[in-house]
Design a protein around this ligand. Structure first.
Ligand code: HEM
Length: 428
């Protein structure tokens, strides 16, 4: 089909990249959903693109997406303040030294919510692990960033519907009648966010994550309409929730699929806690991200391996009128890559015994590299650490697999279910 081009083949799994690169070389032009793109699938060329930000422009796409996907007016998406303030301000506010407050708020919520949720489960209650974890992480992280007044429960399902609509909204050339349901999903979210923002008190504003405040202050200084403020906030909510919860879900599912790792992880966590002052799980959860990674190397290896196997990231760049797409996945998962013949398997020990020599770009790279990666790392590690410390899990059925249709947006989404029974863990 001329409009779809290679889109369908691209959503059938990793073979597309391997077969096309074998036939045409690692850089090829393909037609996808009415657009012609140049796909770059090999590490040296991807690095070249990432390093040459003046020839390979990213910010056009970020502004365009702010309008077409998140619903900000096109004029304000391309306003001069966007380049000079709106992008750099939040970027600075998400650096490792600046996210301690957000990590603290997230950990405060997690350590109350997780035990309460575990206590509320009946002993033989079947639970879908993905729903269980998504609900907790979505609630704790959205309230940590957007203040305790954020309507996490009321926005959770509309957010999931909006997230499903993202790929359609992102298709510039799709006829408008085909976009209608996606636009409706966005409208629902924008209204909810705008209504909440209208009700936020000045005390609550003080507790917003600095990255959000940096954006809101630019919008208010330029007197942008409320709907544009809501679109900016929706953009950040999407960045916060579309990837990290699924990262935690994949990591826990893989740990449970390899149950021999659990005792090692639990003793790593228990030993780490015993060295802390005071020696409590809470102290561990509140550590800065850089310390957390060093304190829990085995758990971090599980996270890194999950990023390698379960992300599919596209970095978009404009070169004159062409669009170049850096495709991270083939380098991280194909058996012919530096990761070796077992690249398709989840094996966290490759990050512990020096075998992890390949390149992976789960967070993209260059000027568009994910600014939430430090927070995401703390968010996911603390969730897994508290979950496996506080919960005993029996897997009853597992049909969880990546949704290959969701290419290029970071963490692959799970389809299928991962049914478990969860009990509060009695700690000796
Ligand atoms: C495991 C979790 C995450 C993954 C895999 C991930 C992945 C990505 C990827 C692939 C990009 C695009 C990179 C590119 O175009 O080169 C991105 C951009 C971005 N991410 Fe993340 N992300 C995660 C978590 C987060 C979190 C928790 C936040 C916010 C708190 C966040 C905020 C952002 C923002 C604001 C951008 C846009 C940066 C820009 O366009 O300059 N991300 N992320």
């Amino acid at each position: 089909m001329p409009f779809l081009g290679s889109a369908l083949s691209m959503t059938k799994g990793d073979a597309f990249w391997r077969d096309t690169a074998a036939q045409y070389g690692p850089v090829f032009r393909a037609r996808v959903m009415g657009e012609t793109r140049i796909f770059v699938t090999t590490t040296p060329v991807i690095n070249y693109v990432y390093k040459n930000s003046s020839n390979f422009d990213f910010f056009f796409f970020r502004k365009f997406i702010t309008a077409t996907v998140f619903g900000m007016s096109m004029d304000n998406s391309f306003h001069p303040a966007v380049d000079s303030q709106l992008f750099p301000g939040p970027h600075r506010a998400m650096q490792p030294g600046a996210i301690a407050g957000s990590i603290t708020r997230y950990a405060d919520l997690l350590e109350v919510m997780l035990p309460a949720r575990l206590e509320g489960l009946r002993p033989d209650e079947g639970v879908d692990l993905a729903n269980f974890a998504f609900d907790l992480i979505y609630t704790a992280s959205s309230k940590a960033f957007f203040s305790s007044s954020f309507p996490s429960a009321a926005t959770k399902e509309p957010f999931v519907a909006f997230d499903q609509a993202f790929p359609l909204l992102n298709l510039g050339k799709l006829p408008s009648f085909a976009k209608k349901p996606a636009e409706k999903a966005r409208e629902t979210m924008l209204s909810l966010v705008e209504e909440w923002w209208d009700s936020v008190t000045s005390e609550e504003r003080e507790t917003l994550a600095p990255a959000l405040m940096a954006m809101v202050e630019v919008a208010e200084a330029e007197a942008w309409p409320k709907r544009d403020v809501a679109a900016l906030l929706l953009g950040d909510l999407w960045a916060l929730e579309a990837n990290a919860p699924n990262g935690a879900i994949w990591a826990i599912a893989e740990i449970l699929r390899h149950p021999h790792i659990l005792p090692t992880l639990r003793s790593e966590i228990d030993n780490a806690i015993s060295r802390l002052d005071p020696p409590h799980l809470s102290t561990l959860l509140h550590l800065p991200q850089s310390q957390l990674v060093l304190t829990l190397p085995e758990l971090n290896a599980c996270f890194q391996e999950t990023l390698r196997l379960y992300t599919d990231s596209f970095s978009l760049r404009v070169v004159q009128k062409d669009c170049v797409v850096c495709v991270s996945r083939p380098n991280a998962v194909s058996p012919e890559s530096e990761w070796g013949v077992d690249a398709p398997n989840w094996d966290h020990t490759r990050f512990l015994d020096g075998r992890a020599k390949g390149v992976m770009n789960p967070f993209g790279g260059g000027v568009s590299m994910c600014e939430g990666r430090h927070f995401a790392s703390a968010e996911i590690l603390t969730f897994i650490a508290s979950f496996i410390t506080l919960a005993d899990v029996t897997v009853t059925s597992d049909t969880l697999m990546p949704d290959a249709q969701r290419v290029g947006l970071g963490m692959l989404q799970p389809t299928g279910t991962f049914k478990v029974r969860i009990a509060s863990r009695s700690r000796g």
